[in-house]
Each structure stands twice: as structure tokens, then as C-alpha cells.
Design a protein around this ligand. Sequence first.
Ligand code: XMP
Ligand code: MG
Length: 183
Amino acid sequence: MESSDIRNDLTEILVTEEQINNKLRELAAQIDADYAGKDLLLVGVLKGAVMVMADLSRALTQHVQIDWMAVSSYGASTKSSGVVQIRKDLDTDIAGRHVLIVEDIIDSGLTLSWLLDNFAARGAASIEVCALLRKPEAAKVEIDCRYVGFDIPNDFVVGYGLDFAERYRNLRDVAVLAPHVYA
Ligand code: XMP
Ligand code: MG
């Protein structure tokens, strides 16, 4: 580690804290309108979605319940394989529930595709997705995501919950890592 200041490890801030806050307020207003009169369950995918969940849920004006799931994707490659293992399951029975999955990022889409099938099999009344970030160029499977914050280029990004080797989650913005960090 050359410096203890996170910012020295970044080449570019892609989305600022202010842009994130404004966008989440916009999405929350849409979600409030779409789920008016319905019993909404927010499901965050650990650990990346922690910040999005904290800010999005507090921007909502209606009652919600919050649950968490932890999954890991494994296979021969370092990229998402689409083979997903549940590391922490829901505490909630989602049969008949209106579920909104809260995600940090849709990259290949393979993890969410698996989660959507899994939740459908449990008999949820409805399942939608809210993702702060999406990489359209990286999509291997099309995800019907009703609430998207920002479409970004196909770079590895960190911050606002997203990590590189478990670091950078506490950065307030979303940024691209500098090459010297990988070296
Ligand atoms: P897939 O490819 O299945 O990816 O859509 C889902 C999960 O992979 C992680 N991911 C990232 N994490 N920077 C990160 O810190 C990235 O650029 C990135 N792309 C994917 C993330 O946990 C996501 O939910
Ligand atoms: Mg994630």
C-alpha cells in the first residue's frame, strides 16, 4: 500500500456521491408510486448492496420490510459463472410477496438471472430489480431491470459498496481503480 488515502488508488470518479443521492431519490419516488398500497419486501444482495439499500430504503416513504441474501458465484474462471451458491438464505418466506431485489451492479447478469429463477420458484407474487449500476456491454443474459441508476462502461469499478479484494466499499463515490493497484 503506497498511501492510506483511497483516492490515490483511483483513475476516475464515474458517479459522484451527489449523483447517487439524487438518482436514488428519483428511483425511490417511482418505487413509492409503483408499490402504493402493496406490502413491499426489499431483498439486498450482500455485501455490495449494503449502501444502496441503506440510502434507497430511507428515501422511501412507505412501509417496507428488509431482508438479505448472500450468494457466491463459482466456477473455473474469475468471472461470474452463473453457477450460484447460497451463502446466506432469506429469513422471509416470499410466497405471495412483492419482492424488489436491490443490487449494486448488473455485470454479466448471470447472478441476477439465477436469483430471479430462484425467487420465482418460491412463489413470489411479483419480483422486480433495482440496480444502482449496469454494464450494458458486459451482459451475457438480458435482465429485465425496472429501476436502473446508471449505465456505465465495461470497467471494473469500486466504491459505494463495491469492492476490490474487500477494500474500497467505504468510498462514497463509484470510481475506476488505477492500474498500479492491480500490480
Ligand atoms: P454478474 O456478472 O453475475 O455479477 O452480473 C454480479 C456481481 O459481481 C460483482 N461485480 C462487481 N464488483 N466491481 C465490483 O466491485 C465491478 O465492476 C463488478 N462487476 C460485478 C458484484 O458483486 C455483482 O453483484
Ligand atoms: Mg453484488
